[in-house]
Each structure stands twice: as C-alpha cells, then as structure tokens.
Design a protein around this ligand. Sequence first.
Ligand SMILES: Nc1ncnc2c1ncn2[C@@H]1O[C@H](COP(=O)(O)OP(=O)(O)O)[C@@H](O)[C@H]1O
Ligand SMILES: Cc1cn([C@H]2C[C@H](O)[C@@H](COP(=O)(O)OP(=O)(O)O)O2)c(=O)[nH]c1=O
Length: 690
Amino acid sequence: MRPFRRLWAVLGLASFGDWLSLFATAGFAQSLFDDMAAKGFAFSGTIILRLFPSLVFGPIAGVFADRFDRRKTMAVCDLVRFALIASVPTVYIATGSVPLTVTWLAIAQICIEITVLVWTPTKEAAVPNLLPPEKYETANQLSLATTYGIAPPLAFGILAALERGSAIWSDVGIWAQPMVIALYIDAAMFLTLAITVYFFIPEISGRSGAPRVKGASVWSEFLEGWRYVRTTERVKGLIYGMLGAFSGAGILIGSGTVYAGTLGAGDAAFYILAVFLFLGLGAGIAAGPRLIGELSRLRWFGMSIVLAGAGLALDAVAPWLWVALLGAVIIGLGAGMAFLAGITLLQKEVGDEIRGRIFGFIAVSARVILMVSMTIAAPLVGWQAARQLDLGVAVINISMSRILLFAAAALVVWLGITAFRNMDDKPGVPVLADLWSSLRGRPLSAAVPTDSKGYFVAFEGGEGAGKSTQAVKLAAWLKLRGYEAVLTREPGATDIGMRIRTLLLDTGGDSAPDPRAEALLYAADRAQHVDKIIRPALERGAVVVTDRYIDSSIAYQGSGRSLGKGEIAWVSAWATGGLKPDLTVLLDVEPEDGLHRAKAGGEGDRLEQEQLEFHQKVRQTFLDLAEAEPKRYLVIPAGPTVDEIAHTVREAVAERLDIRTEATRTETAWPGLDTDNSQWNNVAEEAGRP
Ligand SMILES: Nc1ncnc2c1ncn2[C@@H]1O[C@H](COP(=O)(O)OP(=O)(O)O)[C@@H](O)[C@H]1O
Ligand SMILES: Cc1cn([C@H]2C[C@H](O)[C@@H](COP(=O)(O)OP(=O)(O)O)O2)c(=O)[nH]c1=O
C-alpha cells in the first residue's frame, strides 16, 4: 500500500504540474502580445497546439508505454518536461525576442504533449501492480478527484495569486512576470517528480502477469476499438454524452477569457471562474454518489449532463460575477457527476479485453473535441459586437461570448436529454419524482391510484415472531367491534398465490428457485394479492390485516439473499402499484428464539432452514425499515405474552382508526367468520388455533 501512496502523491503533483503548464504557457503566450484579438488567439492557439500530438501519437503512445521499464519511462518523461518548461521563459529572458520565443514555445508545447501522452498510460498500467484488485475502484475515484477536483483549482489559484500579486513587484524585471514565475515553479515540480519516481518508487518497475502477446498490429487494434464503440448502443450513448460534455467545456474555455471580461471583474476573473468550476467538479465526483443514493446510474448520467447544460445557460445570462460563479459550480457538479457515472458505467458495460482501448479512445477524442471546440470558439469570440441589455435591476453586456455559451448550453442540454432517452432504464417513472425520492433515499414508485376508504395493517417480523397469532387476534377483535376485517397473508392468499406458495416453500433441493426467481415469485404473488384481495377490500372500506407484505421481501430477498434492498423495494413497489400499509406492526424477536418457536412443530420450510446469519440480516433490515419511517411503524419487541402484545396492537389500531373512521362498521357476529372465511381457517390453523 505504501508505494501506492507515494505513487498517488506523484499523480497529484503531476496532474497539478500538467494543469499549471497548460495554462501558464497559454497565459505566457498571451502576455507577449498587446492587442486584444492577438491575446485571445495566442491563449487558445497555445492550447490548440496540443491537439496535433494526440492525433498522430495518441493511438500508439500506450503501446510505447508497454514496451519499456515503466519507472525509467516516467522519470525520463518528467526530466524532459522539466527541461522544456524551464526553457520557454529562459529563451524569452535571454533573447527578448517575441518571434523567437513564440516559435520555441510552439515546439516545446508539442514536445510536452508527447511526454504527457507517454506518461499517462504508463502510469495507468503501473497502478494495478501496486494495488490489490478490490482497491481499483476507490483508487479510480481518488485519482479522478485529484486530477480534476484538487489539482486544477490549486493551479488556477496559484495563477490568480501571481496575477494579482504581480502588481506589487511589477517593476523588478521580466523574470518576475507572473507567468514566467509560474513556469519556473512548474519546471521545478517536474524535476522533483523525476527524482521521486526514479529513486523512491522502485515498485513501478515491477510487472505482473504473463508477458505481452505479440499479434495484431497497433492500427488494427485501434480500429477494432472504434468499431466496438459504433456498434454497441449503450456504450455509444455513454461516449457521445461524455464527448458532448467535453465540447461544452471546450466552448467554455475558449470563450472564457473574453466572457470573464464581460463581467467587468478584471483579469483574474477567468481564473476565479475556473477555480469554482473545478471545485464543483471535485464536489460532484466526491459527493455525487452518496447524494443521489439509489437513483439509476443510467438516468443519473443523462441528468448530470443536463445539469451541466443548465449551468452553462446560467453563465450565458449571468449579470454579476457571483451568479457566474454559481453557474460555474453547477457546470462543474454536472460535468463531474456525468464523468464519474460515465466511467463507472463504461467499466461495467465494456469487457476487460477491450477496455484499455475504449478508455484510450475516449482520452484521445476528448482532447480532440476539447481543442476543436476551443478553436471554433476563440476566433468567434473575437467579434466583440457587444451590446448592452438593460433589465432594470442590472445591465447585461451581450457579447459574442455569451451567445456562444448559450449555444453550448443548448447543445449540452440536448445531448443530455438524448442520452437520457436512449438509456432510460425506468421508462414511465416520472423523472423529477424519481430524482426527488432518490435524494430522499427511496427510489421509484409510479403509484396506481387507489380510492381507499379502508385501513391497511401489515404484520412483519422473522420466523415465529407471532405474526399469525397476532393477525388472527386483531382481525377477530375488529370484527367484534363491527368492522369488516379482511384477514389475509403472503404468500398464498389467492388461487394463483397458493400455487406460487408451493413453488416457493417446498424444501426439495434441486427444484428450489434461484434467488432472483424467488424474488419475482414473491412479487407475482403480491401483485395478485393486491389486485384481487387488498385493493378491492380497501375500496369497499374494509380493514385489511395481512400476515407479511413488502417488507418481508426487502428483508428476506433484498438483504438475506443479498439481491439489493433498493432493487427489491423497486420490484415490490412496481408489483403493488405503490400500495403501502397505513400501519406496519413489526414483531421483533431474536432469530434463535423465533426459530425455536416456529420449528417446535417440525422441520420448517425452505426459508426457515436458512443459516442463523441469514435471519440476523433479515431482522436487522426489518428494524432499519421501521427506523426510517417511525410514523408508519409500531415495533413490539418479543417478551410480553400473546395477550399483552395483542392489547398493544389493538390500542395502536384503535387510535389510528378513530382518526380515519371512514372504515365501515357492519355488524358481523362472532364467530361467524370461522365458517365464511377460508383464509381465516388457514392462518388460524397455522397459528395453532383451530
Ligand atoms: N408472545 C409470544 N410469546 C411466546 N410464544 C409465542 C408468542 N407469540 C406467538 N408464540 C408462539 O410462537 C409460535 C409461532 O407463532 P406464529 O404466530 O405462528 O409466528 P409467525 O407467524 O410470526 O411465524 C406459536 O407456537 C405461537 O403460539
Ligand atoms: C412474503 C414473503 C415471505 N417470505 C418467506 C418468509 C417465510 O419464511 C415464508 C413465508 O411463510 P409463512 O408460512 O408466512 O411463514 P411464517 O409462518 O413464518 O410467517 O416466506 C419471503 O422470503 N419473502 C416474502 O416476500
């Protein structure tokens, strides 16, 4: 683990150095000119120069990186970068010639990019050798957060500070110009990196697994990756979405310096905007998954892209700097979450054998798109036919940069919606409601409208908790009080349900259903149950008392069988059309005690025979469900006698029924129910009370 930490520190420093070198060279080039248009062109031109090596060298850089000792490759790349970056301001200071400096800067820029192209895949190939496989994912998140969330704001922060600070020491000499200092700092960092990698992380040299098989040519392997992208729908959607986001980013960066000018907040505004953008990015990557909980990742991807588009639109119309900063944070949040969702989804969708090429493909196309959209944006922005729009509260300068931003916003929103439509895995579930309930930790449910005049009570709990006993008692008591009480249970309350029950609970070894089949059978039983018994009874105004309901599936299949609580809740909510009990009575009992009670009569069914650990998980899940919604639950711990528990349940139900007195009273004489209700007999028998 320790070598990985050192490598991670190196990664952090290197990406910091990369960002700094990109923008310090661009800022340096800009500072060489006086004319506004020339400045804009110099800035984006410097960045665009990095396009060419990607196009020519990008596809094969990974292969290059696979052939040589990785530690030496990385160290050499760092040394070369040190020399190149330091040389740029040195040439300027030594000669004082702008044409010479610009020429050298262009050459250096291309060479720097080549070292980046070799360095990055080398690092990516090295990381897995320093880590156990189960740590890969966290490592991904960590390095994404560092590369895009921590390093860029630091780099931009330094540039902004130098830009501001230079006013104080402006007369000292050319060497003290802000971008010159930035370039020297950057060069020094790469020297440190070279030394660290070469002398302190020897593990990078190590290789694992079999040596590379030589075979297909580099070019044909590259083409194969491209073909895969075009022919695999979901991957195509993901990649188009991600690249769309990059084109938005390109337009933003390309028009950024001029746009910052329209905010009337000085030269540092661009860098401050960038800091906020990347802070948003970092926050999205770090906190996004926890925030949205169980929302479908495919939906999250599309939504995040739309969010980034909304941020762009906000920036396009922002009248004040603080609004523009808010827009920048929103863009960052959206882009960061889309990036994380996109990469994670791709890791799942794309097979291992082709993943490297797909990621390489994305890296190269992202660069190309970024550069192309910047190239288009930069000269367009130059037409500064600025007009002022007086809104009363504020005056907005309408410039070409704002129009471009708006166009980018429209493009990105459109791509986000398209990606969403193509990949939606929950068609029919309203988007905003889904998002809202996911934020609250309860995904889904397109509810079927029920005109309930009755009341719905569910008993839940582990084996032998006393559910059947209590359900019978409650129903009997309700009937005596004159309510129409419908006593029912899961699984097996309907004809179809009875047959499903046999499939589920027979103990026969080979014929036992697979966990997913089991979950669906319970859901099928429940769908039939709700449709044929519960919903009609509630619409009549009866009090429905069921022995087990949705929570049993969440606990047994979701948690016990580890199918995922969210997914099972989803399936159940779908099966029931979103019908939830008004009150759930959870009878909580230690699995040992409950099983002991339940098995008293014999062997026990298939689920009762599960390991104790299984039942522990089930119990905990019931408790968690109750804790999450205390108002809808009544939790009764084991201990009291049957009659004491029955009393507690009655009080709770009576109290609630008095609030909802619509439940109709029909004077049904006890014990008539024993003869006219076959469900009653079933459960009463099982509860040991014929
Ligand atoms: N509060 C209680 N204390 C002691 N035994 C109980 C209690 N409630 C139920 N029992 C007994 O435990 C066994 C299982 O009860 P049952 O109602 O069938 O549980 P479940 O339906 O939850 O599996 C029965 O023999 C029942 O008499
Ligand atoms: C309703 C439901 C039950 N079950 C299991 C729990 C029980 O072991 C079994 C139901 O049998 P049941 O006869 O209701 O058992 P008990 O007398 O303990 O209440 O099915 C699930 O796994 N998922 C579900 O959704």
